[in-house]
Design a binder for this molecule. Sequence first.
Ligand SMILES: [Zn+2]
Length: 583
Amino acid sequence: MATSIQPLPIEVVNLMAAGETIDAPAAVVREAIDNAIDAGATRLAVALWLDRGCIRISDNGGGMTREDLLCAAAPHSTSKIRDRPDLFAIRSLGFRGEALHSLAQLSQLTIASRVANQAGWQATYNPTGEVRVCETVPIAPGTIVTVDQLFGSWPARRDSLPSIAQQLRAIQTTIHNAALCHPAVAWTVYRDDRLWFALSPGDSVRHLLPQILRQVRSSDLQSVDWVADLPPDVSIAPDPSQPAPADQSRIEVTLALPDRLHRARPDWVRVAVNGRMADVPEIEQAIFASFGRTLPRGRFPISLVHLHLPPQCIDWNRAPDKRKLYLQPIDHWQAQVQAAIAQAFALPNTDSEPATQAYAIARTAKLLRAAEQRPTYQTATASPDQPPTDPEPLGELGHGERLGGPLRAIAQVHNTYIVAEHPGGLWLVEQHIAHERVLFEQLRDRWQILPLDSPVVLHDFSEPERDLLVAIGLEIDPFGDRCWLVRSLPAPLVDRPDAIAALRELAQTNNLEAAQVAVACRTAVRNGQPLTLGEMQDLLDRWQRTQNPRTCPHGRPIHLSLEESSLARFFRRHWVIGKSHGI
Ligand SMILES: [Zn+2]
């Protein structure tokens, strides 16, 4: 039977185009929020009556004039982009004019708005985006967008929406994401005339995250505001409307300290670009790589990285929902993000003091210098025939401004914990895993295989086991049935009596990094071993210089800090009892 192909009616084509911009109630919320924040709003109220497809978003932003309202929902109308070159200089959020036009097509759209010191106006629109009625209305400065009977003219779409519960979850995620990108905005969200949730504003993500993720406390978080280098071929023309110096871009990092908090799922590694959550898989990979070997197996970081970049480094047109985008050049931005995260990982001067920008930059310079010198580690247990290397002299950094502040070894407890005095209070450092962290980073940066003067014989070793050792760089020859001649070893294992046991362990690891962790663990100072004050101080100094001092390569916390403020609170030092108590 022959079928004829007929063109779709133009109304259906338009409806489908609108439905691509606005595919669900969460998209209505997203578009309205973008417009409100662009208008400078600091307070947003969202009210939902989803069973009748009604959404109302009120803001205290700059508002629209009557003339704005008259053309707000016309096709491809936007005050933000007028011609093509502007597409490459996008800074605002709601840059695509179709949103309000789409809403007019898909719902009964009403917008009330008032510019300060002018009359307020309320416009209702017909499905083509033309104004049906526009009359004065007494409202506060700002804008109220009301969408009613969403998808009412498109029953098939309305009936295929996910459940109300799922719609609510998507809306909540949309609002949380916007709040994390704009911490200074206050939010109240109502559902069927009842308050559903509210978010109080703050000066940073550290204030917002605990309101969104229940198990997070702001003391578990570290924030860094990093002045990023621009790619070599990018320069920014001075823009008088931008408060920041024109030659800068910034990366704000907020992360849960790996020794305090992590998650069972990799769902809280988020990337935002210029005020909007974005899918940039390459940056997510860089974040996960930065957390490599800092968390327990199967646990994942909490980290929000917000890049503030010049528009010419961003291609927003990766996908129509404005979430997925390309950054250029991507390897440059990956490196900048990792540098910013490295700052967040460093031990702070005191636990309660967030790293300031100037402090972070000063520390970077020192980190780089320390990395260039790359001192090799020596302990009392190191073999005597290795030439002693001079670690970075203490004087160079100046004792008062060491990374993480000066830390003085005082005593050893149970031959396991180093007690150290710190300007912020008292720290306990577990000696084995602190040393393990030092050795692991050293091996990761410089994996050295040394030839042996006399080869070691390995008995009862299978061929697959041999292959794993060869894969991590060892030279091994056959020496009979299940016997092998090992001609080279990782540097730390040379001359160790337990070298063969170490090789059996290494043959169980499945990659180089795991082998490096195993070697670090085996050669690190044991718990139970007495240390002199000098050895403890030496270990502390080297540990403070590591890139990820907070956890060992297996993800265990390395230090416990007793802050002076909490000690003072515990000992009730604010009590005034008498002059004899040394108060
Ligand atoms: Zn260990």
